[in-house]
Design a protein around this ligand. Structure first.
Ligand code: ACO
Length: 332
């Protein structure tokens, strides 16, 4: 018998500092109107001073754990979906482990960019279904503001910082909250979004050029890729779930561009009030965008529990992750 999984708690954290579109006009040639019309973004939260992505992840994780009412020593794995901010190791997951005291957990990071939460859910689900783990914490935390060229108006206006967390455990009432997961990777489109890290040759063999480590993105190609491929991938996952699209209550997409969200809404024939979007206030927070949108919508009453939902994300790789879930009362 397949082991049923419960989504037991979710939470999110964003930094205090907020940058509006008008603030950005002080450092680049842009306008509130251009950014709003092309993307739907009005403001974003960014880390300042010595704040880190790990600290945001810890706070988000503590909120998810508190909602789940599960002791931290019951956590068997911590999976962090995190893009490199300051160092490659120790892993973000290990740093979160130490801070929350989940000392029985095995910890590792995954790199799936904005699809990170869904990839983490896919791995966690496999760990639980195979009886390798009973309880898994997934933390998606990204400090994208630290990887941006703040003189490049084509990328720096699009992103913000944030973290989200989700705790999965064996269900105690036989309801399986994760009905289907579908993960796709298409490495042939890897050039669409890139973030270099400082792998350098030994200077005795090859002199090194000074390379800046900024996100580079071909926005038009990403846009085309997503609107062409994502709807079909979502439909495939919904079919695996055993539900029909019109039986699913909410669509919670990755918050990358309002026009992409509206295109999905139209193509999948969702009512706009059932499509969750908070890109206006947070911009694209990479792996954290889905858990932030989901938690905030539950807390504000926009998502009414219990319900079913599609969570779907896409990002560098290219990677795409979709899941169909049931959401219980009291998780956020
Ligand atoms: N302010 C003012 N003008 C700008 C800005 C800006 N911030 N950025 C670009 N422009 C200009 C361009 O220079 C160009 O001017 P030109 O016509 O004189 O050359 C004009 O605006 C149009 O630029 P486009 O790139 O054609 O604008 P487009 O309509 O394609 O919108 C955008 C760009 C918003 C990036 C869009 O392509 C998009 O959202 N793509 C998807 C991005 C995405 O989803 N990324 C996910 C990342 S997930 C991850 O894993 C990191």
């Amino acid at each position: 018998m397949s082991i049923p999984i419960k989504i037991a708690g979710i939470g999110f954290q964003v930094p205090e500092a907020v940058i509006t579109n008008n603030d950005l006009t002080k450092i680049i040639d842009t306008s509130d109107e251009w950014i709003k019309t092309r993307t739907g973004i009005e403001r974003r939260h960014v880390l300042s001073g010595n704040e880190t992505a790990v600290e945001m992840g810890i706070k988000a994780a503590k909120k998810a754990i508190e909602k789940s009412k599960i002791d931290t020593d019951k956590i068997d794995y911590i999976i962090a979906a995190a893009s490199v901010e300051t160092h490659a190791y120790p892993s973000t997951a290990c740093e979160i482990q130490a801070a929350i005291g989940a000392m029985n957990a095995a910890c590792f990071d995954i790199t799936a960019a904005c699809s990170g939460l869904i990839y983490g859910m896919g791995i966690a689900r496999a760990l639980i279904k195979s009886e390798t783990a009973k309880t898994v914490l997934i933390v998606a935390t990204d400090a994208v503001s630290r990887c941006l060229d703040w003189t490049d108006r084509t990328t720096c206006v699009l992103f913000g910082d944030g973290a989200g967390a989700m705790l999965l455990t064996v269900s105690d009432d036989n309801q399986d909250d994760i009905l289907a997961v579908s993960l796709k990777s298409e490495g042939q489109y890897g050039d669409y979004i890139k973030m270099p890290f400082s792998g350098k040759n030994c200077p005795l063999v090859t002199p090194n050029d000074e390379e800046k480590m900024f996100i580079k993105m071909d926005g038009k190609e990403v846009y085309k890729y997503v609107v062409t491929k994502l709807p079909g991938y979502i439909e495939e996952c919904v079919e695996k779930s055993g539900l029909k699209l019109n039986e699913i209550d909410y669509l919670v997409p990755h918050q990358a561009n309002m026009r992409i969200i509206e295109a999905l809404e139209k193509r999948l024939e969702f009512k706009s009030e059932n499509v969750i979007s908070n890109i206006k206030d947070y911009a694209n927070t990479s792996a954290a965008s889905i858990p932030i949108a989901l938690t905030e919508a539950i807390q504000s009453g926009k998502i009414k529990l219990p319900c079913s939902a599609i969570l779907t994300g896409f990002g560098a790789g290219m990677t795409v992750g979709t899941t169909v879930v049931r959401l219980r009362e009291g998780i956020a």
